[in-house]
Write a protein that binds this ligand. Structure first.
Ligand code: NOJ
Length: 766
């Protein structure tokens, strides 16, 4: 990392020693867009003043000088970047953060380039900035759209105070494959839930008024189908049919577009033979024309260059041509637009209109952010100091962290823990870890800043907690870019952990994945507990079976043995800065868990991809006692360990009286209601879920599809009515040409506590 700091010093020094041109032409009265009415007019006025080179400059995005969130470019390109900034050849930078550094680069762009067009400053504010909230899959488990929105709002507040005005979030990729490391960054496997969450997060980041200094532009990524990488291996090829593309992949992107997301990012994968970055069908035909999207598309890191390795582009120049013609507006870290577009225009390989169109889109977002009114609006040192890590932001992080926890098992009401006189053995390296809960997308957060489970439990003085890690989970560096190694041999502290467990009333074991074991580039072929943790669990179980297993992980894990043997299991993901407090509050019952899984937990990695909205096949059931001729495995069940939508509570809920108003006629709607009673002894929350099944159709439909949910808060003994509506929007689907159709026929509607509910009624679409 050292050289990065040297480059940084060179850059800042050069910046500080150049003479500052006081005011640029653009910011002068003559061309001040203030005097014009609409943003579109302002964009046109500015565009008319720009040279071709300057337009291409707007389409160029450079990484900063310090953090890298992709393969680091050889040599760092520091000098070239600085020159390009001065020459108006950079439209955006990513990974420049903090008021001091952002001001430095913004000053070069605004005060030294000919037109002084401000930079848009991008950063991966994925789940928090400095104060980290739960990883997105965890937040999605809350099914609490207000809390999710609030979390994004706080992330925007904190990052905007650090100079950032554009986040590369939300990732709205649907994925059914827990091997893929990036499932941690999405909303899980379902397009309906994924759409609602996409909307909530975008509304949180962008707010109602993008020109405030507390809101930032969002980015729906990765367009498209990145979550369907073959075998769950990151960046791998995607080959899916139109039906899956339209019915599973597109819905959250459409929701994002409808929510007014300002930008899209394309993806690393190829889709049916054409890399997304060079995919005209995806970017121009679908997104820009069919959906009439008017924001801009940024390429993913180096994805324009990568079209050469894909075997789609001959060389860099060809890659730039393909990307621009396909509709990619901004080049992130390929340097190919700035290098080749001018020539390509000269050679009639790309059209000047395409360059104008891309530049327009980019400038429009800059105007909407208010950057032309004040390029330094996010650059206030005092504001940065006051907002970073504020109480309000930490409170919101704690709130969503509690709501993200899913209770998977609780035999004999082992949880909540008794508050007094208990000897608790706390075991597992993750129990005292203050970095792992931050997850892998936490570039701006400092190591060792999360509250550990040990610290969280120590807030409850009535019991004694004795900690033993049992074994180290990892070794090596935990820097963002480094490879973290899993310890598969060290059992030196097993003995000590067993001694602690023998004498305890209850054992709390914190096991799972380190925060750096999921995320980009972190796919796995196994979904077991990594390293020696399974062995540790079984050894401790042999001396004290009264165990509460707290899982920390970024993806569904296959925990069959634990499910069979361990009495209580809590899914606590990677919950961010407030992790330990949230877990302790749930363990002690100060918060009654209400999360539901947004992704299926398999029994075995061999079942993956495994998802609730599967197709039935022609042979779904055992036809006779000895038959092998049905769709199944020889060595494992078809069913998941925990289904989509699953999660328990310290309360219990009873569903009764499912009612449907009438059959469905075209252009109308039906109402579905159900009574839900809290039959437990304490107040609790339940996510009431509605699924439909279209029993037969010209293109087969999934066995169940989520089409509504309601989060009810119920006092002990209280009954509430959950109400849903089904309209054409929920009952139709896309055919194999991508055309929306609504077909007559029979439907079933299910309402219950998870995707396996059998509580159903039928109706007909006439
Ligand atoms: C690559 C990732 O795929 C993308 O999601 C991220 O926003 C960029 N790198 C920038 O860090």
């Amino acid at each position: 990392m050292k050289y990065i700091y040297i480059i940084r010093s060179i850059f800042l020094f050069s910046f500080l020693t150049v003479s500052i041109i006081s005011c640029t032409e653009l910011l002068s009265n003559e061309s001040n867009p203030e005097s014009l009415n609409t943003i579109d007019q302002k964009v046109e006025t500015l565009l008319s003043k720009m040279t071709l080179e300057e337009k291409i400059g707007q389409m160029n995005q450079y990484n900063g000088f310090w953090d890298f969130t992709g393969p680091a470019p050889k040599g760092g390109h520091a000098e070239k970047k600085y020159e390009d900034l001065k020459n108006g050849l950079v439209g955006s930078m990513l990974n420049v953060r903090g008021v001091k550094d952002v001001t430095a680069v913004q000053k070069v762009a605004v005060e030294q380039s000919r037109l002084g067009i401000p930079l848009i400053i991008g950063f991966d504010v994925i789940h928090g900035y400095k104060t980290i909230s739960p990883i997105p899959i965890a937040e999605s488990a809350s099914w609490d759209l207000d809390a999710i929105k609030k979390s994004a709002e706080m992330a925007a507040l904190e990052s905007s105070a650090a100079g950032i005005n554009w986040t590369f979030a939300p990732m709205v990729d649907i994925s059914r494959d827990a091997r893929w490391g990036r499932v941690m960054e999405g909303a899980g496997e379902d397009p309906y839930l994924g759409s609602k969450i996409a909307e909530a997060r975008i509304n949180g980041f962008q707010g109602n008024n993008l020109s405030l200094n507390s809101t930032i532009a969002a980015c729906a990524k990765h367009f498209a189908a990145y979550g369907f990488a073959e075998a769950g291996r990151d960046y791998n090829t995607v080959d899916i049919g139109t039906s899956t593309l339209y019915n599973m992949v597109f819905p959250p992107f459409i929701a994002a577009k409808n929510a007014g997301v300002k930008t899209f990012m394309n993806s690393f994968n190829e889709l049916n033979g054409i890399p997304a970055t060079g995919n005209k069908y995806l970017q121009r035909d679908i997104l820009k024309e069919e959906w009439a999207y008017d924001g801009f598309i940024v390429s993913d890191w180096g994805s324009i260059t990568e079209m050469i390795a894909h075997g789609h582009a001959k060389d860099g120049e060809h890659a730039a041509e393909l990307a621009l013609n396909a509709g990619s507006d901004m080049d992130m870290e390929s340097y190919l637009y700035v290098k080749h577009l001018e020539n390509l225009v000269g050679n009639d390989k790309v059209n000047l209109n395409s360059i104008d169109d891309a530049t327009r889109r980019i400038l429009k977002v800059k105007f909407e952010l208010g950057l032309f009114d004040d390029p330094y609006k996010y650059c206030d040192l005092q504001r940065e100091k006051e907002i970073t890590g504020s109480e309000e932001i930490n409170n919101a992080a704690l709130d969503i962290a509690k709501k993200s926890i899913v209770l998977l098992k609780n035999n004999n009401n082992l949880l909540p823990l008794k508050r007094e006189g208990q000897k608790i053995a706390l075991i597992g390296a993750l129990a005292s870890d203050k970095t792992s809960p931050l997850g892998s997308w936490r570039i701006a957060a400092d190591d060792n800043t999360a509250i550990s489970v040990l610290e969280g439990l120590n807030q409850y003085p009535g019991n004694t907690v004795t900690f033993a890690k049992g074994a180290d989970l990892t070794y090596g560096k935990t820097e963002f870019v480094s490879e973290l190694k899993i310890n598969t041999t060290d059992k030196s502290e097993f003995k000590k952990a067993k001694e602690v467990a023998i004498n305890a009333d209850v054992v709390v074991m914190v096991l799972g994945e380190h925060g750096f074991q999921s995320g980009e580039g972190r796919s796995r072929t196994s979904l077991d507990l990594p390293g020696v943790q399974q062995e540790l669990l079984e050894e401790i179980f042999s001396v004290n079976s009264n165990i509460v297993l707290v899982l920390n992980n970024g993806r569904p894990l296959a925990i069959n043995w634990a499910d069979e043997n361990i009495p209580a299991i809590l899914e606590a993901w990677q919950l961010g800065t407030q992790s330990g407090h949230a877990i302790a509050q749930v363990l002690y019952g100060d918060y009654n868990p209400s999360g539901k899984l947004p992704m299926t937990f398999p029994r075995n990695v061999g079942q993956v991809p495994l998802y609730y909205n599967y197709k039935n096949t022609g042979r779904p059931n055992l036809p006779g006692p000895d038959s092998v001729f049905w769709s199944h495995y020889n060595d494992e069940e078809n069913t998941p360990l925990y289904p989509f939508g699953y999660g328990l509570s310290y309360s219990t809920f009873n569903y009764s009286n499912l009612r449907i108003t009438n059959n469905f006629k075209k252009n109308s709607k039906i109402e579905i209601t159900i009574d839900v009673k809290n039959t437990g002894a304490i107040e609790g929350k339940e996510v009431v879920q509605l699924y439909i099944r279209d029993k037969y159709a010209s293109i087969t439909r999934p066995v169940k599809e989520l089409k509504g949910f309601e989060l009810l808060n119920l006092k002990a003994g209280e009954t509430k009515v959950a109400k849903f509506e089904l309209t054409e929007k929920e009952l139709g689907f896309y055919d194999n040409q991508g055309k929306w159709i609504l077909e007559k026929g029979e439907f079933e509607v299910y309402v219950g506590t998870n995707s396996q509910t059998q509580n159903k009624k039928s109706f007909e679409l006439k």
